[in-house]
Design a protein around this ligand. Sequence first.
Ligand SMILES: *Cc1c(COP(=O)(O)O)cnc(C)c1O
Length: 374
Amino acid sequence: MKPAIKSFVAPHRTLMGPGPSDVNPRILQALSQVTIGHLDPVFVDLMDEVKQLLQYAFQTNNALTMPVSAPGSAGMEAVFVNLIEPDDKVIVCQNGVFGGRMQQNVQRCGGQAIMVQDEWGSATDINKLEQTLKQHPDAKAVAFVHAETSTGVRNDAKTLCALAKQYECLTIVDAVTSLGGIELDVDGWHIDAIYSGTQKCLSCVPGLSPVSFSLNAIEVIKNRRSPVQSWFLDMDLVMGYWGQGTKRAYHHTAPVNSVYALHEALVILQEEGLESAWQRHAEMHDKLRDGLEKLGLRFVVKAESRLPQLNMVQIPEGVDDAAIRHRLLQEFNLEIGAGLGALAGKVWRIGLMGYGATQRNVDYCVDALSQVLK
Ligand SMILES: *Cc1c(COP(=O)(O)O)cnc(C)c1O
């Protein structure tokens, strides 16, 4: 039987969860342009510009800076499969869901993950990492999440990297939610491998993962004992496609229109300026915090390690989590995030990311919550 399915029409939501965030209409317009060939010289020039714009966003001169053609999880995987080989020891700092995924990646590469655990909602303890580095002088890398989206915690990337470098470890950083929302300085902080996503503070459509590797990291990749087990994510092969100049070898077909979108998202970031974008996120967070606290909602994370772009608040006693989120979606077209893992049903996660980090969204969210919590 032929199904009688009609064209899909997306509802207009206000996205204030953990991502995707509201996409700037300029980006949607860029996305909807005609598709061109991925080896067209015009597209090759566009790829070069995306690379330069990403270098700006990450604050790096790393030549190996590009978007992996798949979501943030693929960027994570690209970093681990290229750098980690069987029997490598990697110290993984975990204080939420995404640190746990780093652990799984290390293990699937045949490596040994040495865990530094901190409570969900607290920042990674520098002293614990130092203890662990002392106990494991043969560790190859230290990996951690800069902006833990599952809890709204900011880990002190600069200090964690400086410590890892004292012990001559590679530094691997998850910047999926941090890029464009809070200060990030890949070269200044000595980050060797980093991955991000498009749908959080860049406010672009989901599906690409910007990554960057230092010369140090490239050296490690070149000296691997075994080939990278993933064909698609093998950086040696991908570089033949995303590398400098016009002599590009076909590797896979880039998601052409998504690359238009990322280009526009990064042009918007460049126009605003990194520091101004960070400042805007901080200011909107302050306003949202004041509004939520007036409603009697309490933040879980200590002020000094809170992320402006991801606000985790306790659900008040006796309030039905799912019912409230359902009403917000149905009556206000407003999406906020639920708690993950042990925090499910106990917290809400309210995102203020990129294009969505505005006074309008702050007011809309506080007003909607005040009505449904009455
Ligand atoms: C969203 C997120 C990811 C995964 O990104 P996807 O694009 O969903 O694959 C990884 N790490 C962190 C910290 C995230 O917030």
